[in-house]
Design a protein around this ligand. Sequence first.
Ligand SMILES: NC(=O)c1ccc[n+]([C@@H]2O[C@H](COP(=O)([O-])OP(=O)(O)OC[C@H]3O[C@@H](n4cnc5c(N)ncnc54)[C@H](OP(=O)(O)O)[C@@H]3O)[C@@H](O)[C@H]2O)c1
Length: 311
Amino acid sequence: MKAVRLLEYGGLSALQLLDIGWPAIHEGQVFVEVHAASLNPFDTMIREGVLRETLPLKLPITLGGDIAGIVVDVGPAVSGISVGDKVYGQASVVAGNSGAFAEFASTAASQVAKMPNNIGFNQAAALPLVGVSALQAMTKHFNLKRGQKICIKGGAGGVGAIAVQLAKHIGAHVAATASGDDIDYVAKLGADEVIDYKQYDFTEMLHNYDAFFDTVGGDDFSRAYAILRQDGVAVSMVENPDEAEYLEHGIVALRQSTVVTTHMLDQLAKLVNSGVITVRIGKELPLEQVQEAFRVREGGMVSGKVVLTIK
Ligand SMILES: NC(=O)c1ccc[n+]([C@@H]2O[C@H](COP(=O)([O-])OP(=O)(O)OC[C@H]3O[C@@H](n4cnc5c(N)ncnc54)[C@H](OP(=O)(O)O)[C@@H]3O)[C@@H](O)[C@H]2O)c1
């Protein structure tokens, strides 16, 4: 089968589409014919070796996390998923799976779920990491409630766009940052205020917020503590907060580690099925053009998810 192999840490040329043997299927895993996979910033970090100290990998590996496809076999000790099911979720080698950017993947049944029934494989593949990240932040870390005020930095990004939709669905007042054409897009997602981050400093404009969700990183994670009320919550997808600093502001701050599980994917699928959440695809390319897919994503050439169409 064809798979995108990371031969060594580095640039785009470190990725090669090669013919390799089918991955083995182990206890608790399902074997998926991958129809589509999507790129995340995490894939770039793996490719570049940024995480090699904390997440040592024995190269070569098959790159990629997010998949959507059809189950063609199930390993021992798997329940709730059958051959023929359309599933979406994660197949990253980092979690002991065979990798997403390939014609077939074996992956833990606990990291996939039946995909939403009102979208195709490309959209389903665009959802797992960004969708579960936003859902985890809103429900677990913020426990966001109707009438509360949340600021979402990076409202047009993969995680941010889902977060805006979820926060509005919950009934919160949403301020989000974006730039250029994305300002309109984020407003259409339902944000009450969209702040052009290239012109304005949101940390000087917002006050008495309950929650701040940082999907971008940078210095203004801690500067944004100032927009929060006493006991407000700041969550970053990127930055590690300094405890002394956030305690001094009388707030709670944390860096989120997203955990993609069947339960979270099921919750997400319900929200997609009921029309609460949509995902924007910026570019679809065949597996053969994986280097171009990374170039487009990393160059910021499109807004929206970049998807590899595989079958
Ligand atoms: N910790 C975890 O478990 C975990 C899980 C998932 C993701 N993440 C991380 O979360 C981050 C977001 O992921 P993603 O998939 O949403 O990425 P993404 O789709 O690339 O979105 C990033 C967004 O940030 C915006 N942005 C860039 N610079 C900005 C600035 N100075 N101010 C405001 N917005 C700015 C971009 O908008 P422009 O187009 O205007 O630049 C873009 O919309 C990544 O760093 C990723 O690695 C972490």
